[in-house]
Design a protein around this ligand. Structure first.
Ligand code: FES
Length: 144
């Protein structure tokens, strides 16, 4: 596998989130979603605090590979302060991106999450990358 400069930059962003996860921890009275990746057995717990249709807080815990934990860190970072509809829109964009489909880059500043766009070249890792986002979709649904 060869890396151009963008790949190198993306790799650094992923490793930074993996080594220094944002929003790792527990929300005392949040909605809790436990999901696991059936292909490897790794599990993720996501907790959300949604008030007035806004994702006020999001935290996660769990075991997983660098892709899954970096993705959880990035997801919790970008959805905080978003409305439930915006968070679901972001989940959609992310899903299209990691599947290598055309994705909307205009509606939101995607920031670090685009560092995971290269996952589309490794289909076996797509479930790792989407685990946290699936938990988000479930969590906001449960909160509704
Ligand atoms: Fe288990 Fe990626 S290998 S979540």
């Amino acid at each position: 596998m060869s890396f151009n400069n963008l790949d190198m930059l993306y790799r650094q962003v992923i490793m930074d989130h993996y080594k220094n996860p944002r929003n790792r921890g527990v929300i005392e009275d949040g909605v809790t979603v436990d999901l696991n990746n059936p292909t490897c057995g790794d599990s993720l717990r996501l907790q959300l605090q949604v008030e007035d249709n806004i994702v006020k807080d999001a935290k996660f815990e769990g075991e997983g590979c660098s892709i899954s934990l970096a993705s959880a860190s990035m997801m919790t970072q970008i959805v905080k302060g978003k409305t439930v509809e915006e968070a679901l829109q972001l989940a959609n964009i992310f899903s299209e991106m990691v599947q290598g489909k055309e994705y909307d880059t205009d509606t939101f500043d995607l920031g670090d999450i685009e560092a995971l766009s290269g996952v589309s070249k490794f289909p076996a890792r797509i479930k790792c990358a989407t685990l946290a986002w699936k938990a988000l979709e479930k969590g906001v649904d449960e909160d509704a």
